[in-house]
Ligand binder design. Structure first.
Ligand code: PRP
Length: 208
């Protein structure tokens, strides 16, 4: 049988996920010495290092079985996969933020929101019954209000340092975020016991 493929989000989640794999007793030597390699053996499994949105794509298409990815990406790309476990790592939140001291909800003019997460922003404002214009930005969304492209942003806030250092402040929290385990729907049927065993061991290896 082919090894189960675990798509792991590169970057912020990587270090804590590897610590959890260590706690599970898995051999993470190759992952720790990965160089530029993207597929690494981890005991009987294979880890695939990918960008967050691509973790979802690989899981949806069934070329990876299990994914470790932030709830932010799950909320932006919901759908064709199961979400099985909250890992409690990569904790941060979505927030609406804007220039310090400006009353975002004041006045009658319609507002422009910049974000890397247009669906999340759209849902947040449609729940409020507020009609806003949303502009998609790929990174460093904080630039948009500074350049007067947008009145506010919907973005991830972890320490709040980026907002603070750019003269922005939180207007309202949108949603808490942490890393989740997602699973391909067919894999869960075909390789149920292997996947459930992996997820149960991950659950036991949680860091908090
Ligand atoms: C995220 C987010 C903020 C920053 C928040 O960006 O978009 O810019 O982190 O972190 P803080 O509250 O601790 O300052 P990331 O570094 O992931 O890069 P990006 O701007 O390219 O999305």
């Amino acid at each position: 049988m082919k090894p189960l493929k675990i798509a792991l989000t590169k970057g912020r989640l990587e270090k804590d996920a590897i610590t959890m794999f260590d706690k599970m007793g898995l051999d993470t030597a190759a992952l720790k010495e990965k160089g530029r390699r993207l597929i690494l053996p981890v005991s009987q499994y294979e880890a695939v290092l990918a960008k967050a949105a691509d973790v979802i794509t690989y899981i949806e298409h069934g070329v990876c079985d299990i994914g470790i990815v932030g709830k932010d990406t799950i909320l932006e790309y919901p759908g064709g996969y199961y979400e099985l476990l909250d890992l409690g790592i990569g904790k941060c939140r979505f927030a609406l933020a804007g220039p310090k001291g400006v009353d975002f909800y004041g006045g009658y003019s319609s507002k422009t929101i910049a974000t890397k997460y247009p669906h999340v922003a759209e849902r947040f404002f449609s729940k409020k019954g507020m009609d806003v214009r949303i502009i998609k930005i790929e990174g460093s969304v904080e630039l948009a209000p500074l350049l007067k492209l947008a009145d506010a942003i919907v973005d991830i806030v972890e320490t709040g340092k980026t907002l603070y250092e750019n003269g922005l402040e939180i207007i309202e929290d949108v949603e808490p975020i942490s890393a989740r385990v997602i699973v391909n729907m067919a894999s869960l049927k075909m390789r149920k016991s292997e996947i459930e065993d992996f997820v149960a061991r991950l659950d036991e290896a949680k860091l908090c």
